[in-house]
Write a protein that binds this ligand. Structure first.
Ligand SMILES: Nc1nc2c(ncn2[C@@H]2O[C@H](COP(=O)(O)OP(=O)(O)OP(=O)(O)O)[C@@H](O)[C@H]2O)c(=O)[nH]1
Ligand SMILES: [Mg+2]
Ligand SMILES: [Zn+2]
Length: 310
């Protein structure tokens, strides 16, 4: 039968059959490999698979359909192996907190660049509106202004107190990847939207202000409310969204405004780091490109340099 992988736990997979209600548990044979992908997990949530039941009742995943897209992260900094977070997603939603914990603009920009690289539409949702100070609210406003002007839809919410219907139109009928640093409120938002307690949320650590990793495996949660279906994928608190599979020359393609202004550089392979007749550096100096965005661009560029010497 054909099914959708909605949960992975390391060695077993929960598959939602397309033609029946009850999910089944399935396994993958040890020698199962996917052509061309070096990944620690051969099957990811969001994958459409074929499942065959053996006479003893065990279900085996025998085939995976081609992925429309997928999002990966490096397993560890030094390893070249990757981990597939999710496949076949309609949009990547980044939950951001200006404070408690602080989300850095570099983190946001890396996420956006990765989404661009995989051609997944990205959306920013700013959370914990209820506990921001006035100056933090100003930061929030400037971030909304910046990212809104770049064409990324922005929403500001308080996941703990919001009306569950509030963000439903954003999620209804779509497979959404929900990402963000640990403690920003992903599980809380999910519970609010789905209207029931389906994931564990943690008390934010008062000492480190960084939260604990309560979510350890990717899982897709069906949206029962709204009647249009859809799934939200809650991912483990992602720290680094590395520059996997990005070449130095293509990084600027994933920063919309840098790419646009970069069309005016004299050299088509300009990296915007001080070359002659570069259009980007002066635009940063004039404030037409945000310094924070340019710094994020440089930090991704730096990753590539580093990777070369590994
Ligand atoms: N004040 C306030 N607290 C919130 C809000 N949203 C979430 N929290 C709290 O923040 C803490 C962390 O929330 P979680 O939903 O567990 O965070 P998470 O992103 O799922 O974290 P990981 O699973 O570790 O990645 C919990 O104590 C929540 O109650 C909000 O809008 N306002
Ligand atoms: Mg969580
Ligand atoms: Zn340039």
């Amino acid at each position: 039968m054909r099914g959708l992988v909605i949960k992975t736990t390391g060695n077993s997979y929960t598959v939602q059959p397309m033609d029946s209600e009850a999910p089944v548990t399935a396994y993958v044979k040890g020698n199962f490999r996917i052509r061309g992908i070096r990944s620690t997990n051969p099957v990811a949530v969001g994958d459409y698979v074929q499942v065959e039941q053996q006479s003893d009742g065990t279900n085996w995943i025998t085939d995976i359909e081609d992925r429309r897209n997928y999002i990966i992260r490096r397993s560890t900094n030094l390893s070249k192996q990757t981990h597939i977070l999710a496949a076949n997603i309609d949009q990547a939603v980044l939950l951001v907190t200006v404070a408690h914990p602080v989300t850095s603009t570099t983190f946001i920009d890396r996420f956006l660049a990765t989404a661009e690289a995989y051609r997944v539409p990205a959306v920013l949702v700013f959370n914990k509106l209820d506990i921001l100070t006035d100056s933090e609210k100003q930061t929030l406003a400037s971030w909304q202004e910046l990212y809104g002007s770049l064409g990324y839809p922005c929403y500001a919410i308080a996941a703990t107190t919001m009306d569950a219907a509030g963000l439903l139109p954003l999620f209804a009928g779509k497979v959404s990847l929900l990402s963000g640093n640990s403690g920003v409120g992903k599980s809380t938002l999910l519970n609010t939207i789905a209207g029931r307690q389906i994931t564990r949320t943690a008390e934010l650590s008062a000492i480190h202000d960084s939260g604990m990793h309560t979510t350890t495996f990717s899982e897709m949660y069906p949206l029962a409310v709204g009647g249009k279906g859809g799934y939200i994928i809650d991912t483990p608190g992602i720290k680094g969204f590395g520059s996997v599979a990005m070449e130095k020359e293509e990084i600027s393609h994933y920063f919309r405004e840098i790419f646009r202004v970069g069309q005016q550089c004299r050299y088509s392979n300009c990296l915007h780091t001080g070359e002659n007749a570069c259009a980007v550096v002066p635009a940063v100096a004039r404030g037409e490109i945000a310094m924070s965005r340019y710094e994020s661009y440089l930090s991704l560029l730096g990753d590539c340099e580093e990777a070369k010497y590994r």
